[in-house]
Design a protein. Structure first.
Length: 239
């Protein structure tokens, strides 16, 4: 029996996928433009967009606004077997983590931040937004809220090349005992997409984290939006 005919976009998608998985297209390599792919394969640009859209959903490519499509780089992965900062977790694999502070301001606590920081209604907090890079590629947008007294101390420090946990424990002498995490999948929001240089609506990994001290008092409430094509968590589970 003859194979069922495949749509044109599926043929193009499968051919590009084979090139990526087979090593003919290397991590970080730029793909031909939509126009070039359309001409080379005798298809329309709509067909090319369908093929690239599927590959992006699979995490095999990333499309950067104004720059084109690239083969996804090696993914970064952090273990959840112990509490550690991203820089500490990736250092053993030779990857470097840096941060750019986008804003640091004092404001009225949003309802979620006030609740998770155990603050009274109407209380003020410090809000910090950081753009984090792994090996010079943007990987996450971190929005954090701190109680006023702690936030004022953090506002004076340079966190560009360090994990917050390291700064809290070594610079501020505030021991971190535990964290509570909530991890979910989502579509990349517009603001985060712009900072991370990916398409709005592309896959995102969203993490909500609360850092606590030994008395279980909250130190930080944080929302992190990761590029799902470039980052994942791993966990070893025994029975």
């Amino acid at each position: 029996m003859a194979d069922a005919p495949m749509p044109l976009y599926a043929r193009l998608r499968d051919g590009l996928r084979a090139g990526i998985l087979g090593g003919q297209l290397e991590p970080g390599e730029k793909l031909p433009s939509e126009a070039e792919l359309a001409m080379a394969h005798g298809v329309s640009r709509i067909t090319v967009r369908q093929a690239l859209g599927d590959l992006q959903k699979e995490g095999l490519i990333v499309r950067l606004q104004g720059k084109g499509a690239f083969v996804s780089s090696v993914r970064s992965s952090q273990s959840l077997n112990r509490l550690q900062g991203l820089g500490e977790a990736l250092a053993t694999g030779g990857q470097s983590v840096h941060s750019q502070r986008l804003s640091m301001k004092r404001l009225k606590a949003p309802s979620a931040a006030g609740f998770h920081l155990s603050l009274p209604k109407g209380a003020e907090v410090w809000q910090m937004i950081m753009l984090r890079y792994v090996d010079r590629e943007p990987i996450s947008v971190n929005c954090s809220w701190f109680p006023l007294s702690l936030g004022e101390r953090i506002a004076r420090l340079d966190l560009s090349g360090r994990d917050l946990i390291d700064v809290l424990e070594k610079d501020l002498q505030v021991p971190v005992a535990q964290a509570r995490l909530d991890i979910s999948a989502a579509a990349m929001p517009r603001r985060e997409a712009r900072w991370l240089k990916v398409a709005q609506g592309s896959p995102a990994l969203c993490v909500q984290r609360i850092l606590c001290d030994a008395a279980d008092s909250p130190l930080q409430f944080e929302n992190v939006t990761y590029r799902a094509d470039a980052f994942s968590y791993k966990l070893d589970v025994r029975r």
